[in-house]
Design a protein around this ligand. Structure first.
Ligand SMILES: NC(=O)c1ccc[n+]([C@@H]2O[C@H](COP(=O)([O-])OP(=O)(O)OC[C@H]3O[C@@H](n4cnc5c(N)ncnc54)[C@H](OP(=O)(O)O)[C@@H]3O)[C@@H](O)[C@H]2O)c1
Length: 305
């Protein structure tokens, strides 16, 4: 299948593109002019197209020749937020999705699938209740961005596209993401739980995520929101202990107090101190088989070369 990707140069996208290319799909990655392209793709398997998805452009015509669209673009949320970073986080998702949907509209009724990204942050912050796809959006900043991001993607269904909203848990992988920021702390004996350590951490191993994409491509009857997270979310303390064990480092330090994180990171600190316990109800109903449903096994696999 011809697959068009935004955000295909990032941590998730570059490995997903590699996986889909190995499965025989033809991949086109849209990347902003001047941005570094990831290396390591097998010659001729992935085509890079320069263009900025936050604006209209000739890239939309190129895109409209593809049957499948994977939308991953978005500015990083890992920073101390101010009005400028919040604007970038929001616009890099809403505008890119809007322009991608315009490209889909150019397909004029041809069979089309849009797999658009969202996050479990859609549900907002919760205590212990288990959340599934039927639960409603939260009201904090990231939850409202996610809800609006999803709304833009769902517009593609007006042009006949099958739209699946992939609500990612925290992606655990070898080449980047949250874990790559945490590993150095543990190596220097500074890894410890955050705040109470009781907050839920909904996670997914990258290999399961790649398999989910292929599953969603095969199962054309699936549309709407799909939680892409392991069936066994854990508390922050459990995840921290599992990471320490995988790295062979004991946990020495007391938990990082909440007020320290809030002082250092501002509003973004809440993302680390609060969480949500998400269950992949839709994938389980449809019979998807997770390779990694145990956090210890997943982290051991990731930290092993
Ligand atoms: N990683 C996770 O744990 C996680 C969890 C939940 C949701 N997500 C979502 O999944 C998506 C992919 O995550 P990731 O970890 O792979 O992110 P990433 O490594 O930061 O990559 C994001 C991609 O988005 C593009 N991008 C960055 N800033 C942009 C901007 N201002 N305007 C337009 N495009 C921009 C970049 O492509 P070019 O530079 O090539 O243009 C980049 O390759 C993101 O939208 C993220 O919010 C990720």
């Amino acid at each position: 299948m011809g697959i068009f990707m935004t955000g295909g140069t990032g941590f998730v996208g570059s490995m997903l593109a590699r996986d889909l290319a190995e499965r025989g799909h033809e991949i086109t990655i849209l990347t902003r002019p001047g941005e570094k392209k990831p290396a390591g793709f097998k010659e001729g398997t992935v085509n890079f197209l320069e263009g900025d998805p936050s604006g209209k452009g000739s890239w939309q015509v190129e895109a409209s020749h593809c049957e499948v669209f994977i939308n991953l673009a978005g500015a990083s949320i890992f920073s101390r937020w101010n009005s400028e970073t919040k604007r970038a986080i929001r616009e890099s998702r809403i505008l890119t999705t809007r322009h991608l949907v315009e490209a889909i509209a150019m397909r004029e009724g041809k069979e089309t699938t849009l797999l658009s990204t969202s996050a479990v942050g859609y549900y907002g912050f919760h205590d212990d209740e288990v959340l599934n796809e039927r639960d409603t959006a939260g009201s904090d900043f990231l939850a409202t961005v996610a809800a609006d991001w999803e709304k833009e993607a769902l517009e593609a269904s007006k042009f006949g596209a099958r739209v699946v909203i992939c609500r990612f848990g925290i992606v655990l992988g070898k080449g980047g993401g949250a874990i790559s920021q945490m590993i150095p702390l543990f190596k220097y004996w500074m890894g410890s739980p955050l705040g109470s350590g009781r907050q839920w951490f909904s996670w997914i191993h990258e290999r399961d995520l790649w398999n989910i994409y292929s599953f969603l491509l095969e199962h054309k009857e699936i549309s709407g929101p799909v939680n892409c997270s392991s069936p066994n979310p854990v508390r922050n303390r459990e995840m921290t202990q599992a990471l320490a064990k995988a790295l062979g480092k004991p946990l020495f330090l007391p938990a990082v107090p909440s007020f320290v994180l809030r002082f250092m990171l501002g509003e973004f600190g809440d993302i680390l101190l609060k969480g949500q316990r998400v269950y992949p109800g839709r994938l389980m109903e449809e019979g998807f088989d997770f390779i990694f449903s145990d956090i210890g096994e997943a982290l051991k696999d990731i930290v092993t070369d």
